[in-house]
Design a protein around this ligand. Sequence first.
Ligand SMILES: O=C(O)C[C@H]1C=CC(=O)O1
Length: 94
Amino acid sequence: MLFAVTMDVAIPHDLDPDVRADTLAREKAYSQDLQRGGEWVSIWRCVGQYSNLSIFDVADNARLHEILWNLPLFPYMTIAVTPLAQHPSDIAAG
Ligand SMILES: O=C(O)C[C@H]1C=CC(=O)O1
């Protein structure tokens, strides 16, 4: 199942710098592991925002929830999920 997910990040300015650095490093490793595994298909920076738009290809809603819930930055994110379906005009779909 395909999902488009936007993640808006708002890390508190007074967060301990070591905690911030550790959280960001764990977030990057977590994201890249899932990208290598094929579930996190792509990640794009939303221009001018501390925000990304990502495409996920996962087994079901529960799996996407598990992935998002375990993001190291989850406590500092506002997340929006859009389920995707094939578009009838998509030439790649045949
Ligand atoms: O920078 C971000 O958009 C937040 C986050 C999501 C994955 C990742 O590596 O960082």
